[in-house]
Write a protein that binds this ligand. Structure first.
Ligand code: CU
Length: 91
């Protein structure tokens, strides 16, 4: 079996842990996918201006890619007031 890795298959993981996104601010190259993994005991979600995830339950994940360079800020809807926020800078 042969596995071909391309730039498009690179994935960066961000963990949801104790009401925080870890790491909070991430710089990536274009075509890198970002995956959020819930490593917490309660559900969270990821809300961007252009897309919103469903609730991500403990042990589950959700991922997206980015259409263009720029700064993409996001937050968790139920914990926005607790500063559960982050950003992806696509270079
Ligand atoms: Cu949350």
């Amino acid at each position: 079996m042969t596995i071909v890795f391309t730039r498009a298959t690179l994935v960066i993981l961000i963990f949801m842990h104790k009401m925080s996104f870890i790491p909070k601010d991430v710089h990536i190259k274009q075509k890198v996918r970002v995956e959020w993994v819930n490593d917490d005991t309660i559900p969270h979600n990821v809300v961007f201006k252009d897309i919103k995830s469903p609730y991500i339950y403990p042990g589950h994940s959700w991922s997206r890619s980015f259409p263009a360079k720029g700064k993409y800020e996001y937050y968790c809807e139920p914990h926005r007031s607790m500063e559960m926020t982050g950003s992806i800078i696509v270079e």
